[in-house]
Write a protein that binds this ligand. Structure first.
Ligand code: ADP
Length: 188
């Protein structure tokens, strides 16, 4: 069983690369962003709690996010491996994830961080806004999301680096080439 965290700022290409990785390796994909969007779309109790927060571009509190993630893990006891996309986004989330994995006799084996400049991110998200029409892709909210990344989420990198689990992959260029570089990390 291989468990992978795909890490990177909003617009880094995590969604695109996740799809390809799932096809190749058969991971169970856990995207906290997708899960939150599902809840808000279906107007669940959780969805009602997080809607405003998400729309503002802020991070959902750890307590809520970690509980949702745990539930998702428990739904997939037979998973061959997990691909975490958009989680962890804070150090307490990273610690919780390690604990959950350990409790199941497993671990996070790889962390792949997609490295993309802030400038490139803004260009990409502006494009995505036109095609996907995501409420949180508007400029003000986008600024908030990029800010949340550079003030809170970025601290997750040294957490994994200290444990020698961090692999940085250059995230600008051809999708296939980036994918190839991620596969090299997994297959090495
Ligand atoms: P992006 O495209 O910016 O990477 P996602 O689709 O992963 O964003 O997430 C969208 C929103 O969902 C975030 O802006 C945040 O409000 C919420 N969210 C997703 N994952 C997390 C998390 N791990 N911790 C806190 N909030 C989260």
């Amino acid at each position: 069983m291989i468990n992978l965290v795909l890490f990177g700022p909003p617009g880094a290409g995590k969604g695109t690369q996740s799809e390809k990785l799932i096809k190749k390796y058969g991971f169970v994909h856990i995207s906290t962003g997708d899960l939150f969007r599902w809840h808000t779309k279906n107007d669940t109790a959780l969805g009602k709690r997080v809607k405003e927060i998400m729309n503002s571009g802020a991070l959902v509190p750890d307590e809520i996010t970690i509980a949702m993630l745990k539930e998702e893990l428990d739904k997939n006891p037979q998973a061959k491996g997990f691909l975490f996309d958009g989680f962890p986004r804070t150090v307490p989330q990273a610690e919780a994830l390690d604990k959950f994995m350990k409790d199941n006799g497993s671990a996070i084996h790889f962390v792949v961080a997609l490295d993309v400049t802030e400038e490139e991110l803004r260009v990409r998200i502006a494009k995505r806004k036109q095609t996907e029409n995501r409420a949180d892709d508007e400029e003000e909210k986008l600024n908030k999301r990029v800010n949340e990344y550079f003030t809170k989420t970025i601290h997750v990198l040294p957490y994994y680096e200290k444990q020698k689990r961090l692999n940085t992959v250059h995230g600008i260029g051809e999708i296939e080439e980036i994918f190839g570089n991620i596969c090299k990390v997994i297959d090495k």
